[in-house]
Design a protein around this ligand. Structure first.
Ligand code: SAM
Length: 273
């Protein structure tokens, strides 16, 4: 596999990569191997891949795992995918927008989420998968470097956000790999990181309250410049006075902003609201 081959195949098929769909295709075997290794993909896994593109990663996943669910929005890629995946009966292709596809209905249920994600929807897809796909135990995703930095950011930093809090409550980071722009065709104008994490045991303690927790956290970060209590009121999640009272009883300054509240304190806040 090489950049030449992929670009040549795109030309053959008359496909112009649509960068609005994040179409930067992997043209480096080492990266495909790194994704499988970091994701610890093994023979009993059912892998979910969002955006198979030309199927380079999909084929490697199919050769390693028991089953692959690949969800792709761009039907123009169908002929290329048919060639790459020929003879691989353990791949189920679903055509559609992954943001509106019912991923929880996939059978068999995915145990791993491995993908070179379209950058414009990468963070919401990751955040959504934490709660709506409880069967997923491992993730290995290629995302824009800034997005990767946000996933495991520290409280009090600008990068710390809703996805950071939810990820900290559900997962442990297991590895990452900085990726050069040269491994994609066409090369993107941003840097990328392959980042891996796995389901943590502590997720079991919050799984029953995940929907409420997710709503609280997203509501709290929806107005980052406001105090947390104001942000929750503006988002319609809680009355401002109730939020301030709850923060006070946690021993937290009621004028705190969302970015200052560590992940475990969000769980305590939910219990009081
Ligand atoms: N997996 C391929 C690879 O590594 O070469 C392609 C990765 S490319 C970064 C992202 C892929 O996601 C493209 O094939 C694009 O068409 C697809 N895509 C973009 N938005 C999508 C969405 N909302 N739902 C499903 N697929 C999407």
């Amino acid at each position: 596999m090489s950049g030449q081959i992929t670009i040549a195949r795109l030309r053959e098929l008359g496909i112009t990569p649509d960068t609005r769909l994040g179409q930067h295709f992997l043209v480096d075997d080492n990266l495909v191997r790194a994704a499988l290794r970091l994701g610890q993909v093994h023979g009993t896994d059912v892998v979910l891949e969002i955006g198979p593109g030309l199927g380079v990663l999909t084929a490697a996943l199919a050769d390693t795992a028991a089953h692959v669910h690949a969800v792709e929005i761009d039907r123009r890629l169908e002929p290329a995918l048919a060639v790459t995946l020929a003879g691989r009966a353990n791949v189920t292709l679903t055509w559609g927008d992954a943001m509106t596809t019912d991923l929880a209905a996939l059978v068999p249920a995915p145990t791993a989420f491995v993908a070179n994600l379209p950058y414009n929807v990468a963070t919401p897809l990751i955040a959504e998968s934490l709660g709506s796909l409880p069967s997923v135990q491992r993730w290995c995703v290629m995302v824009q470097r800034e997005a990767a930095d946000r996933l495991f950011a520290s409280p009090g930093t600008a990068a710390y956000g809703a996805v950071t809090v939810l990820l900290a409550l559900a997962c442990d980071r297991t590895g990452s790999h900085r990726v050069s722009r040269a491994v994609f065709a066409p090369p993107p104008n941003v840097d990328s990181t392959l980042i891996a994490f796995r389901r943590a045991e502590r997720f079991a303690a919050v799984v029953d309250r995940w929907t409420d927790l997710s709503r609280l956290v997203h509501g709290g970060f929806a107005h980052r410049r406001k105090t947390l209590a104001n942000a929750l009121a503006l988002s319609g999640v809680a009355e401002r006075a109730d939020a301030e009272r709850a923060l006070l009883s946690l021993g937290v300054d009621p004028r705190v902003r969302a970015e200052a509240l560590p992940p475990e304190r969000w769980v305590e806040l939910l219990a009081l609201l």
